[in-house]
Ligand binder design. Structure first.
Ligand SMILES: [Zn+2]
Length: 504
């Protein structure tokens, strides 16, 4: 399968190249010149605290295949001893990590403690001096639900810092341009457009952690959608602070490429065990639903019996294994063209995830722009499937089809009578299409025999669209007992026949 580029897209930025897409999700290559590495995205950056490593960076590379990690340059800057060592030997030797290293700037500390004793220029120059591969200016992570005035003011400050960062000489180091804007999607969009207009390289969508902590996945989706509208298709996007594997598929489908996980270690410290369907507490687990080395080697009782530090380390290792496994599963889903089926599956893990998925489908037209015109096979797996980008596209493209003066739209057999000029098929959730298209994607969809109301409503909306764009033609709809509420969506001038009523 190849990535289908839309007409008139600008040339791709130097450090990021898209390989494959599915809905808003993509497989990309992020070139990190200072590390002399190309990182395949979606990628996970484990967070390393230079003062305490639950799992050493060397182990992250060798055992887990981590190609890139993230650490906090402000902690290094502020810790005597480590600071000097980092300046002398460089970050890669300090951490003993062979891959690429991204550094954060202290923005989090700023938001927690109100002030920090370093400027954007100083911290960027420090990040460059210690050998960071991707540096970060000090932005203002505006929390959700603040007044619009505050969100605008803080965004203006973030934008000044980004412009400043663009002027600092950071050599080959890539630099993050954070996208803020709180819970105002239009501010996120403006922030994205401004950030992309600078010469900076990677675009973290910031301050979404409070939304995730409160399970507000729908608001998170709206924030990402806003940022993405401003950023454009070829910008590498980092969902900053997002480390729970449960929401990766959703975030990738929205167009996020990088994730960082402190969760693997933080959760382990509290005896929490990550799964793709949510978090479990170790004391509640009777069976381990995982085949990573930790779970194969231990029973839950054995894990519980370990000394605190060993248990923390084993749980952190499991948490990382499931997290990396989910990234691989998502990449495979993008290659196979069934990312949205995976998102649908993950949405069943928690009602708040379902809200996130439903919010994502509110942006189906936005996702449609990067969705390939042809994929493996559309699986209709829930009533949400009726709102997928493929259905939106089919409806949009009904305008392009030539319609005869008199047309039968039928769920049954083609009509042999000469009452009609032609007869098209009706297939929920897509609606009407000429028989010649039956073998083209997405009309080859696998749909359940026991159809649901959402699929019928989407099909009826397709009929309405076709009828409205062809005012000169006459239409007859032959359906299999669609309920009255569904038929209400079909324009009055369509003649309606119930195929099942005729069989009685
Ligand atoms: Zn495991």
């Amino acid at each position: 399968m190849t990535y289908v580029r839309r007409d008139n897209t600008p040339p791709m930025r130097d450090c990021f190249e898209l390989q494959d897409t599915d809905a808003g999700g993509r497989i990309g290559e992020l070139t990190v010149p200072r590390a002399n590495r190309t990182i395949e995205t979606p990628a996970l950056l484990p967070v390393i605290n230079p003062n305490l490593d639950t799992i050493s960076p060397r182990r992250l590379a060798d055992e887990f295949g981590a190609e890139i990690l993230i650490t906090n340059s402000y902690i290094i800057y502020g810790t005597d001893g480590i600071r000097e060592q980092a300046l002398e030997d460089g970050l890669h030797e300090l951490l003993d990590f062979p891959g690429a290293i991204m550094t954060d700037s202290g923005s989090f500390q700023l938001s927690e403690y109100g002030e920090i004793d370093v400027t954007t220029e100083e911290i960027l120059e420090f990040q460059h001096a210690i050998g960071s591969d991707i540096g970060t200016p000090i932005d203002i992570p505006t929390p959700p639900d603040v007044s619009r005035e505050r969100a605008e003011q803080e965004l203006a400050t973030t934008q000044e810092r980004i412009e400043l960062a663009d002027r600092v000489d950071t050599g080959e180091m890539l630099v993050n341009a954070p996208v803020q804007g709180s819970t105002y999607p239009d501010l996120r969009e403006e922030a994205g457009r401004h950030a992309e207009g600078t010469g900076l390289d990677v675009f973290p969508v910031g301050a979404v952690v409070p939304l995730m902590n409160e399970y507000r996945y729908d608001d998170m989706v709206d924030a990402i959608a806003g940022a993405k509208r401003g950023l454009g298709a070829d910008a590498p996007v980092h969902l900053f602070g997002a480390g729970h594997p449960m929401m990766f598929a959703l975030a990738v489908a929205m167009g996020c490429d990088l994730f960082d996980s402190a969760a693997y270690a933080l959760y382990a410290r509290d005896d929490r065990y990550l799964t793709v369907r949510g978090t479990r507490h170790l004391e509640d687990i009777e069976y381990l639903p995982c085949s990573c080395p930790v779970c194969l080697d231990h029973t839950p009782d054995e894990l519980r019996a370990l000394p605190d530090d060993e248990r923390e380390s084993e749980l952190a290792a499991h948490n990382l294994h499931v997290t990396f496994a989910e990234i691989r599963r998502i990449k495979q889903a993008i290659r196979a063209g069934n990312l949205l089926e995976l998102v649908d599956e993950r949405a069943r893990g928690h009602p708040a995830m379902l809200d996130g998925y439903r919010a994502m489908l509110d942006h189906a037209a936005q996702l449609e722009r990067t969705d390939p015109v042809s994929k493996g096979s559309f699986f209709y797996t829930s009533h949400e499937s009726a709102r997928r980008p493929e259905v939106v596209r089919h409806h949009q493209r009904l305008d392009r089809l030539a319609v005869p003066d008199s047309l039968l739209l039928t769920e049954g057999e083609s009509s042999s009578s000469d009452e009609f000029d032609d007869s098209w098929r009706i297939e929920p959730p897509f609606g009407p299409f000429p028989r010649a298209l039956s073998k083209s994607y997405p009309l080859t969809a696998e749909v359940p025999d026991r159809t649901d109301r959402s699929a019928l409503e989407a099909a009826a909306d397709g009929v309405a669209r076709l009828v409205e764009t062809n005012p000169e033609s006459e239409f007859t709809l032959a359906h299999r007992s669609w309920p009255a509420g569904v038929l209400d969506r079909v324009p009055d001038r369509v003649e309606v026949v119930d195929l099942r009523a005729d069989q009685v």
